[in-house]
Design a protein around this ligand. Structure first.
Ligand code: GLA
Length: 386
């Protein structure tokens, strides 16, 4: 039901059988994670991006509650808490997300007592675990009357507001929109200015896309992400430009004034990344994998040199992949600062490429965290449970 290799729903069901066998599940919900194929750090400027939802994500199993409160069991953290928690300040943990949902998505019409069991398969940074967690909970809470009814895009906006105001990361809307509009047939092109979305079906042919972990994790609220946004705001203000005009600027115009100054490099990344997304969408539609791979690699270099959100581990991983015959392209995915990278390769080269990456990260191949990326469907209530 939740896709190959995914144990998240099974873990919630196992907990229910072991600890709450007499309380039968009322419903179950699923929110996928995502990788971003290309187009990073341009969504919050109204750019066009190309994420793909995964067959991995977050499962929420809904049980009848035992008292008038909402209880959430975060099984992967081996932690539980009751809500609402009046007056609890931000603490940098998963409870901030639940409090944010209740604060911005309420007041509840007539909530019934509930216990939610939550588990996911997206740890490590870059697969959008937090948007997946927030949206799976949001849909479950909405159906149970704990949140006001909202359309898909409004639910995405609610989850973004939670991230910005309750958690403290000034993120864009790419992850939330991808999770709401994703497709099991391929990627979804999102115009973050108009919020228009379009499915981009993928013909894999002899290609595979792999997610490989760099070995270092990160938290976005730590500061680097918000700092990049402030730098772009200042760069725009200094030039008298509205921030959402940047992705559409002519790169030639920028290079005329370009020194090696930080703001110019940030702008150069945004403008060039937007061009790569447009070219990448065409390459995907034509299944031109060599062209797509080159764009991925150019995107990584721009994120590394101009936007400075890569890490030595991510760079080593990407370099090792690219120096192995049969790899078309590789890049960090999502915000950067550590976490997962994506690697495009020919099926026959899989072993060779993964072995080279493991060696570059000083890991025995079995210890390498890696999985083949398969597209998965969007946020939904799971049939057959409850
Ligand atoms: C994080 C944010 C997104 C986006 C990416 C970078 O995933 O949540 O809004 O900015 O980083 O592309």
């Amino acid at each position: 039901m939740t896709g190959p290799g995914d144990g998240a729903l099974e873990r919630t069901l196992a907990w229910q059988r072991q600890h709450a066998a007499k309380r039968l599940p009322l419903a179950a919900y699923w929110a996928p994670g995502r990788v971003n194929l290309i187009g990073d750090h341009i969504d919050y400027l109204g750019g066009r991006v190309l994420p793909m939802t995964l067959d991995r994500g977050t499962a929420v199993l809904v049980l009848p509650g035992r008292n008038a409160a909402l209880r959430v069991q975060a099984l992967d953290q081996q932690a539980a808490a009751s809500f609402p928690q009046a007056g609890r300040d931000r603490q940098g943990d998963w409870q901030d997300y639940v409090n944010g949902l209740l604060r911005f998505g309420g007041p509840p019409p007539r909530p019934r007592p509930l216990e939610l069991l939550v588990s996911g398969d997206l740890a490590g940074g870059g697969l959008s675990s937090s948007a997946s967690f927030t949206l799976a909970l949001a849909l479950a809470l909405q159906d149970a009357g704990w949140l006001r009814p909202a359309s898909g895009n409004d639910l995405a906006r609610l989850a973004q507001r939670v991230e910005v105001e309750a958690v403290g990361t000034a993120c864009g809307l790419m992850d939330q929109l991808a999770i709401v509009h994703g497709s099991a047939r391929g990627a979804v092109a999102i115009d973050c200015g108009t919020l228009a979305t379009a499915e981009v079906a993928i013909a894999w042919q002899d290609r595979e896309l792999w997610a490989v972990h760099s070995g270092s994790s990160r938290r976005l609220a730590d500061g680097g992400y918000n700092l990049r946004r402030q730098q772009l705001d200042r760069a725009c203000a200094a030039r008298g430009l509205p921030t959402d005009a940047i992705p559409a600027l002519d790169p030639a115009g920028l290079s005329a004034e370009n020194g090696d100054e930080v703001w110019d490099r940030r702008l150069r990344h945004v403008i060039s990344e937007q061009q790569r997304v447009l070219a990448g969408e065409q390459a995907l539609l034509q299944a031109d994998w060599q062209a797509f791979g080159k764009l991925m690699t150019a995107s990584h270099r721009s994120l590394r040199d101009d936007f400075e959100v890569s890490t030595p581990e991510l760079d080593r991983l990407v370099a090792a992949a690219l120096s192995t015959p049969g790899c078309d392209g590789a890049r960090l995915t999502g915000a950067g600062f550590g976490g997962w990278a994506i690697v495009l390769l020919q099926r026959t080269a899989r072993q060779r490429v993964l072995t080279a990456i493991a060696a570059a990260l000083n890991r025995e191949p079995p210890a390498l965290q890696a999985f083949q990326i398969r597209p998965g469907a969007a946020l939904r209530r799971l049939q057959g449970v409850g």
